[in-house]
Design a binder for this molecule. Structure first.
Ligand code: ADP
Ligand code: ZN
Ligand code: ZN
Length: 806
């Protein structure tokens, strides 16, 4: 028997599986989708691989190598996921191995380590140091901890003479957590008798025996019983010795916890609009029909309640449900809401989990022990079976698109899986992506709308403040007098406030007043951002940092000015201007620690602070009834992005953040500060008029030939030398010109918006097309060529429907 294996060798990626012979030892156990260890290449180094197919015959039976090992006895990829991986790889011009890695918990990624193997022990007689290194072993780890590096030249010589060899081993990090457990093995009468015979001083044994008399006949964790019956390990050890109980290690899941316990919740009675949407979705679930709904509902219209009831519907039909949420910030609140309804039947998957938790949640799903999964982007690959419903909340969010290989969009993957399972797909948003809204226009998706808020029906009133005027009248560029007044007013009423500033750090950059010099990153073409709390200048692209200078590096002047304000500076200014306000700052810097997002939001929810100040991570999903004021400090930050989606992003962000105000029974108010008060994205966000924005933006996209009228692909070229990067870009551009369709438009090559990032120079091509099979085929062949170019130091990135035009 033969196996097709996709191997995990980063420098030799290919979508072509290698054929291996299956030794008879494994022939019964080996199943498609399993992880194996196989010898690879000339040196036969051992690598991890995935079995994608098994066959009785092969057309290349000569000199096939044997599979060396099976990693675990259950397949980690089922047939659906194997098929899906092939599609994701092809569609996104990626390698199947990178898709497998994305689909599976981190701990299943291959980790290789080097070992030294002794082949001719007798040849070491004159080399005491090497002898000592091996001692009585014939294989030792080859790393700095074990091997004195001054021995390396000798070792290499010995390797040449084949006295030793350098090999690789595959480390399996997928470790199951075990805890000690025990169970009673005697009758109740027996324990009773034993108890009667005890000495009066044997208190702990007595307690154990009373426990055993009424304990379940199953394995129970030792720790739990010790704690609740005030026992100790010695007593249990004794009991085991006397044959009262048996102990064994039991598999235990690391289940991620929220900062505070989750309360149960009951389904709400749906209002008429919600009911209509719910019925359409529920009927479709019953019919097992593949259909995609776009649920367009204003902020606070009760979309989440519809999701929860639709999930309940899928479960009642004996099916499973998958719900995606944009990113980690939102996850705790949403996880809380889903767990409050479905309890332990829910698994969560997002980047905030530890590797162990992620692996265990994955196994609970894999073993069909849970039926509901909530998670961020990569949860779309959760190994749920029999899926009846997939929900993508805030479907317009750019975090659904992965910005590294494989550059997939979770929406596309969800659609594929919905087709596979005949499942219902629900895309929900107050501000759908233009792509999705256009598909609903063409009846590819079925449009459902919610026009009113679920609680009081009132959207917040929005005021746009022209910052040019505010500054003219002596205000500063952070707070307009209108915003300060409104904040103070809410504070006296004990109401809460959300302030958004889409910029972290303290100040945006430094400028020397004498010579105009600005400190820049040594690795990237960007100015460094001032972070006052750590007293450093930081690059937001590569993380490089240096101390904040007191003198200009260029001219020595001490007259250095800081420009632009980030969240740190605004927090500082708030405490000066409104000292009584309690402020929680939420940005990448304050939420790095695991669980901190949930803690900060819970504290805000408990009114332990008056103001939640944050970057765009606070714009979405938050549902706090006591928030009656939302302030946007600078509505323009996303408008100036070098991207055709700048207006769409701005409109979405402003609408979303506005939606945080007035969600309870008190009316909400929004104040947007801007230098572009007349821009249509800002004006229409003020009116929360998605439909008007959609029509206006579509007209522009049509005129400029952009998505959703055209498909786009971006190709990026990176190299340490600018000439090499340019050369590669022009070569590929010239090659493609002769292949692509007449109607296809190629822009560039041009340098990247930031020409240098992490010491690599970027060139890019943007291709816009309608139907162009030849282009797609050419790009498929380009990724194979990319492996060769990689050896010359050139990185090629092909990005289908890019979200990020850098
Ligand atoms: P969305 O997800 O559309 O922004 P949510 O689902 O967060 O809206 O709902 C907003 C608020 O309205 C929540 O506090 C929710 O509990 C409440 N709500 C939703 N549906 C109903 C209903 N049918 N009856 C009463 N309250 C509701
Ligand atoms: Zn200077
Ligand atoms: Zn940098």
């Amino acid at each position: 028997m033969y196996a097709q294996v996709i191997v995990d060798v980063p420098t030799m990626q290919t979508n072509q599986p290698y054929t291996y012979h299956i030794p008879s030892l494994f022939s019964e156990a080996l199943i498609r989708g399993m992880r194996v260890v196989v010898p690879f290449g000339k040196g036969n180094r051992l690598v991890q691989g995935f079995v994608t197919d098994i066959s009785d015959t092969t057309d290349q039976p000569d000199k096939l190598k044997d599979i060396s090992q099976i990693v675990e006895l259950e397949p980690v990829l089922n047939d659906e996921l194997l098929q899906l991986a092939t599609w994701v790889a092809d569609y996104n011009f990626a390698f199947r191995i990178s898709v497998f890695q994305t689909m599976l918990p981190n701990v299943m990624r291959a980790r290789y380590s080097k070992v030294l193997r002794l082949i001719e022990p007798n040849e070491l007689n004159h080399l005491p140091q090497i002898q000592a290194l091996f001692a009585d072993r014939d294989e030792v780890p080859f790393d700095v901890d074990n091997v004195d590096m001054t021995l390396v030249p000798t070792l290499l010589k010995l390797q040449k003479k084949r006295i030793i060899e350098i090999g690789y081993v595959v480390n399996n990090r997928a470790k199951v957590k075990k805890i000690n457990a025990f169970k009673p093995i005697k009758s109740v009468d027996f324990y009773q008798e034993q108890r009667q015979q005890l000495r009066p001083s044997a208190v702990k044994q007595a307690r154990l025996l009373s426990y055993l008399m009424q304990s379940p006949q199953t394995f129970v964790p030792v720790k739990e019983v010790i704690k609740s019956y005030q026992l100790d390990y010695a007593v249990l050890k004794q009991a085991e010795g006397k044959g009262w109980i048996v102990q064994k290690p039991l598999e235990s899941y690391r289940i991620p916890k929220l900062s505070t316990p989750v309360k149960n919740s009951q389904p709400l009675t749906l209002n008429a609009e919600q009911q209509e949407a719910y019925i359409a979705i529920a009927n479709n679930i019953s019919e097992n029909d593949t259909k995609t709904f776009l649920l367009e509902g204003v902020t606070g219209s009760g979309k989440t309640e519809i999701y929860l009831q639709a999930i309940a519907k899928a479960l009642s039909e004996g099916q499973t449900a998958l719900m995606l949420v944009p990113e980690i910030t939102l996850t705790p609140q949403m996880v809380r809401r889903v767990k409050s309804r479905f309890g332990d039947d829910v698994a969560v998957m997002h980047s905030g989990l530890s590797d162990g938790e992620r692996y265990d949640e994955w196994r609970r799903i894999q073993r069909s022990e849970v039926h509901v999964v909530v998670g961020a982007r990569s949860a779309v690959f959760a190994p749920l079976k029999n899926i009846g419903l997939i929900i993508i909340d805030e479907e317009h969010e750019s975090s659904y698109k992965q910005d590294e290989n494989p550059r997939y969009h979770a929406r596309d993957v969800a659609q594929w899986r919905a087709n596979f399972h005949h499942a219902t797909l629900v895309l929900g948003s107050a501000t759908p992506s233009l792509e999705s809204r256009a598909r609903a226009q063409k009846n590819v998706y079925h449009l459902l709308t919610l026009e009113h808020r679920a609680t009081n029906g009132m959207l917040p009133e929005t005021q746009v403040v022209d910052m040019r005027e505010a500054i003219k009248h002596g205000g500063d560029d952070i707070f307009s007098p209108q915003l300060i007044e409104a904040i103070q007013n809410r504070l006296t009423k004990q109401e809460q406030i959300v302030l958004m500033l889409n910029r972290r750090g303290y100040a945006n950059f430094l400028v020397c007043r004498e010579c105009g010099f600005t400190p820049r990153c040594i690795n990237c073409d960007v100015a460094l951002t001032v972070h006052k709390d750590i007293s450093r200048l930081v690059c937001h692209y590569c993380g490089y940092s240096e101390t904040i200078p007191t003198k200009c590096k260029n001219c020595g002047s001490t007259r250095i000015r800081q420009f632009g304000s980030g969240t740190q500076k605004v927090a500082e200014q708030l405490s000066e201007q409104i000292p009584q306000a309690r402020v929680i700052r939420m940005d990448v810097d304050t939420t790095r620690r695991k669980g901190s997002t949930d803690q900060l939001l819970t504290a805000f929810g408990n009114h332990e602070a008056d103001i939640l100040l944050g970057t765009q991570m606070i714009a979405k999903g938050l549902d706090f009834a006591n928030v009656t004021l939302v302030g946007v400090l600078n509505a323009d930050t996303t408008l100036s992005l070098p991207d055709f989606r700048a207006s769409e992003r701005t409109f979405q962000l402003l609408t979303q953040v506005s939606g945080r105000a007035g969600r309870g029974d008190k009316p909400g108010k929004v104040i947007m500060q801007t230098f572009n008060p007349d821009h249509y994205a800002i004006q229409l966000a003020r009116q929360q008029d998605y439909e008007a924005f959609y029509h206006q933006e579509m007209a522009l996209r049509h005129a400029w030939k952009y998505t959703p009228y055209y498909f786009t692909i971006q190709i990026k070229f990176a190299h340490e030398k600018i000439d090499e990067s340019a050369k590669a870009a022009y070569e590929i551009a010239n090659w493609l010109k002769n292949i692509i369709d007449n109607e296809t438009i190629m822009l560039g090559p041009a340098t990247g918006t930031i020409p240098r990032i992490k010491n690599k120079y970027y060139y890019r091509l943007v291709i816009k097309y309608r139907h162009d099979e030849k282009l797609i085929q050419a790009l498929g062949s380009l990724i194979k060529k990319g492996q060769q170019l990689q050896k010359q130091g050139i990185t090629i990135i092909i990005d289908r429907e890019p979200i990020n035009f850098m």
